[in-house]
Design a protein around this ligand. Structure first.
Ligand SMILES: Nc1ncnc2c1ncn2[C@@H]1O[C@H](COP(=O)(O)OP(=O)(O)O)[C@@H](O)[C@H]1O
Ligand SMILES: [Mg+2]
Length: 304
């Protein structure tokens, strides 16, 4: 097992002659919730598609838990903004659908019906567990047309996590939701993070490793433990967007007040470093996650 849930090594991507991403390096620990922000068109979705395995990069390598990604696979899950569930399946069946595809077959249904039924039973029971995790235990039998947008996004999240992926990618997952629902789903992510912390304390592998694209800077800092900014506004910007910002950010628990004023300085810095076209800087100026991490570790190690 690798110490990283995700490793992106020297990834670059071009569409024809247009270079979108330049030499992206990224390592994510299991249990991290990493937010990705950047100007529209800078290549966020391109990066996610490369990690998902549907659109391999022009050059570079991607590993999940140490294993190279060559095509879509169980190690990486994704939730889109308008994820359409299967209309003809209820919540429970929607969530277990991936397991059904992956672990049962038509032939098994014909020739090993007992095995099939017993697997089905265990899939549906797992599905109910995951629906509970996302706060939908009472909606297992509901069909998509009976659910609100927020409920459907929760089902999509459960659908991704039931496959026990090493990392789940969220591409503007709450963009289509109204404010109250958006806040509810943010709280769900904060709860996931608390479960990760508990798992680490107990020596278990944390379940929820997330890379989330969002255009809301407050949301990024509020739900994530680390923020990454992707942008072309750096001295070699003609070669493509790079990670120009990578820093830890404050951790909120679901009980904390939603007080965004606490991190207004970091938000301003992020806006300037990633979104300001006039401000062209060395691409490494705000990439300090790893040095800050070792400083934190040293501080803990110092005798009191
Ligand atoms: N299939 C494609 N063919 C050509 N250009 C593309 C393709 N997909 C994306 N692009 C271009 O690559 C750039 C990055 O796109 P994208 O990753 O979708 O940006 P973001 O998600 O950050 O808004 C944009 O300029 C877009 O027009
Ligand atoms: Mg996009």
């Amino acid at each position: 097992m690798s110490q990283y849930a995700l490793e992106v090594k020297s990834l670059s991507h071009s569409f024809g002659n247009y270079r979108v991403l330049d030499n992206i390096q990224l390592q994510v620990y299991p249990g991290q919730i990493v937010a990705v922000v950047g100007p529209s068109g800078c290549g966020k979705s391109t990066l996610l598609k490369a990690i998902l395995g549907t659109n391999p990069p022009t050059s570079g390598e991607i590993l999940t838990d140490g294993i190279p990604v060559r095509s879509p696979n169980r190690n990486v899950g994704i939730v889109y903004q308008n994820y359409s569930l299967y209309d003809f399946l209820n919540a429970e069946q929607n969530v277990s659908f991936g397991l059904k595809l992956d672990e049962t077959s038509f032939l098994m249904r014909l020739f090993a019906i007992r095995k099939y039924l017993s697997l089905r039973k265990s899939h549906l029971s797992k599905s109910r567990d995951f629906l509970k995790q996302v706060g939908l235990e009472s909606a297992c039998g509901k069909y998509p047309h009976e659910m609100s947008g927020g409920m459907k996004q929760r089902v999509a999240v459960a659908q991704a996590f039931i496959m026990r992926p090493k990392i789940v990618l969220l591409d503007e997952p709450f963009g289509a939701l109204d404010e109250a629902m958006r806040e509810d789903l943010q709280l769900m992510l904060l709860r996931f993070y608390q479960e990760n912390l508990l798992a680490k304390q107990e020596g278990r592998r944390p379940e929820y490793t997330i890379l989330m694209v969002t255009h809301e800077l407050n949301e990024a800092i509020y739900v994530a433990d680390r923020v990454i900014g992707l942008s072309r506004f750096h001295t070699q910007g003609d070669q493509g967007a790079a990670i120009v910002y990578d820093k830890p950010c404050p951790i909120f628990s679901p009980e904390d007040p939603r007080d965004f004023s606490k991190f207004s300085e970091q938000r301003d810095e992020l806006r300037k470093a990633v979104f300001d076209e006039e401000y062209i800087k060395d691409r490494n100026k705000y990439v300090t996650f790893w040095s800050e991490l070792s400083e934190l570790a040293n501080r803990v190690a110092e005798p009191r």
